[in-house]
Design a protein around this ligand. Structure first.
Ligand code: GLY
Ligand code: MN
Ligand code: MN
Length: 466
């Protein structure tokens, strides 16, 4: 081995040590705090009617195939109120104090019991003690302690729940799991009360809470958006004809993982040419040719919070004239949509502003005959709330603390009733907008959006391009 080679080997060997030295703790420390979740429970309880109770279940595990489960994903309402990421748990939040299993309070949680045999395979279960310590909750029990006699609903006038409508309970479980057992008990308690109990959805209350992001949540969404922008920027640098859609996806998701984002916020959408016209195309298997554009709708989920970012880029680094004309309309529509995001405006202000630009553009080019015709080419709405869920819940007014997407698009599939030169052009540009006291802030501004900026970035060197 010559000296140069020896030196590079030494550097390679030392690299992990450098990383370890830079890291002060063994695990990330920027999760939401127990105090955050406690504050959200308090805010929820404040909105309950007198003698009301809110009932929340953790998500079930789901069978993927045979004895393999899908990767676990907690129900986001449950996560918002607890921070717990385990299945088989039940949370009860009462307006007035009640006594359950000799404990008096307004908050009770029943969690998975520790099980050394299971923990050998899939890692530590917190158990009641672990949940009490980590999440600073007082009244923690294990789910086997929950029976038909555990709670007395005689003082309860209204029950708030949504668990039967949230896709939590799988019909396809082979055995009755602890979660279904507890839910069946809760159902039967509610249904056998002598006096009438009002049953209400939790969604109205949670929408008003989850829709206005707290500073800690904004920090996590911002981080998710910044990581996503790093991925989009590098795809712009690396993309070239001859790559396959999933290779663009791989570059994108490398940056998510590299930066500590646990998952993509939703299945990555990478559609070239005619696939760019499929709104939620997830197959990502097509070869990308010279002259194609790639519509890449990909974003990271960081500590539970998702970004949602779309960029549409030419595979060879330069837009064709036709592509540029459509792209510029969508960009102008997005600018108009973002400009309409001002505090106090109705939620659909961005949609109205963006759609007007798209409609005018398509009619002027002779692609659409009128507004109704134009809707065929822009068939989705411009915005949704963004947060724990990529399609999050929130108010119908743009209040400070709302985070929403602005994502107009034009999609012209082959065979459309217009000049063939427009066929297979699909463009969406999507950014994540925080409403502030005075206006708005684009959290995903880090990824280039204009034709000039994208073409410039395409000339830069990707970490994947030697
Ligand atoms: N990525 C899904 C959406 O834009 O709504
Ligand atoms: Mn999207
Ligand atoms: Mn979106």
């Amino acid at each position: 081995m010559n000296t140069k080679k020896r030196l590079s080997w030494l550097l390679i060997m030392l690299a992990p040590l450098v990383t370890v030295a830079q890291q002060t703790t063994q695990y990330p420390t920027d999760y939401l705090s127990p105090e955050f979740h406690a504050g959200r429970r308090t805010a929820f309880k404040e909105k309950l009617a007198a003698n009301g109770v809110g009932i929340f279940f953790a998500s079930q595990t789901r069978v993927r195939n045979n004895d393999v489960d899908f990767q676990y994903a907690q129900n986001k309402n449950f996560y918002y109120l607890t921070g717990l990421e385990e299945s088989d748990a039940l949370l009860l939040l009462f307006k007035q104090p009640v006594t359950i299993l000799n404990k008096t309070g307004t908050e009770f949680i029943f969690v998975k019991k520790r099980d050394p045999q299971r923990e050998l395979w899939t890692g530590k279960i917190l158990g009641a003690e672990g949940v009490r310590d980590r999440y600073k909750m007082d009244n923690v029990f294990t789910n086997d302690q929950f029976t038909a006699n555990t709670i007395d609903f005689s003082s309860i006038d209204s029950v708030y729940s949504s668990y039967r409508n949230e896709g939590i309970f799988s019909k396809y479980k082979r055995v009755e799991d602890p979660l279904s057992r507890m839910a069946n008990i809760v159902d039967s308690i509610i249904n056998t009360q002598k006096k009438p109990i009002a049953t209400r959805s939790t969604q109205m209350i949670l929408s008003s809470l989850r829709g206005i992001k707290q500073p800690e949540e904004i920090a996590l969404i911002t981080k998710a958006a910044e990581i996503s922008c790093e991925g989009h920027s590098d795809v712009m640098r690396a993309i070239k004809p001859g790559m396959i859609e999933y290779q663009a996806q791989a570059i994108m998701e490398y940056h998510f993982k590299k930066n500590g984002a646990e998952y993509p916020g939703y299945p990555s959408i990478n559609g070239a040419a005619e696939n760019s016209c499929v709104l939620h195309y997830e197959t990502n298997q097509r070869l990308m040719n010279d002259g194609d554009m790639l519509l890449s709708d990909c974003a990271a989920e960081y500590h539970g919070y998702s970004a949602d970012v779309t960029r549409t880029v030419p595979t060879n680094g330069k837009f064709t004239e036709a592509q540029k004309i459509i792209y510029e309309i969508v960009l102008k529509a997005q600018d108009a949509g973002i400009a309409a995001c001002i505090p106090g405006a109705p939620f659909n202000a961005a949609d109205i502003a963006a759609r007007k630009v798209v409609n005018e553009g398509l009619i002027q080019l002779g692609i659409a005959a009128n507004d109704a015709d134009a809707r065929k080419y822009f068939p989705h709405s411009t915005s949704h709330h963004l947060g724990l869920d990529v399609h999050d819940m929130g108010p119908r007014t743009l209040l400070p603390g709302v985070v929403l997407t602005v994502e107009p698009g034009i999609y012209i599939p082959p065979g459309s009733n217009c000049d063939k030169k427009w066929w297979s052009i699909g463009v969406r540009i999507e950014d994540d907008i925080l409403i502030t006291e005075t206006g708005s802030k684009n959290l995903s501004a880090g990824a280039p959006r204009t034709v000039a900026a994208i073409e410039k970035m395409a000339k830069e060197k990707s970490i994947f391009k030697k």
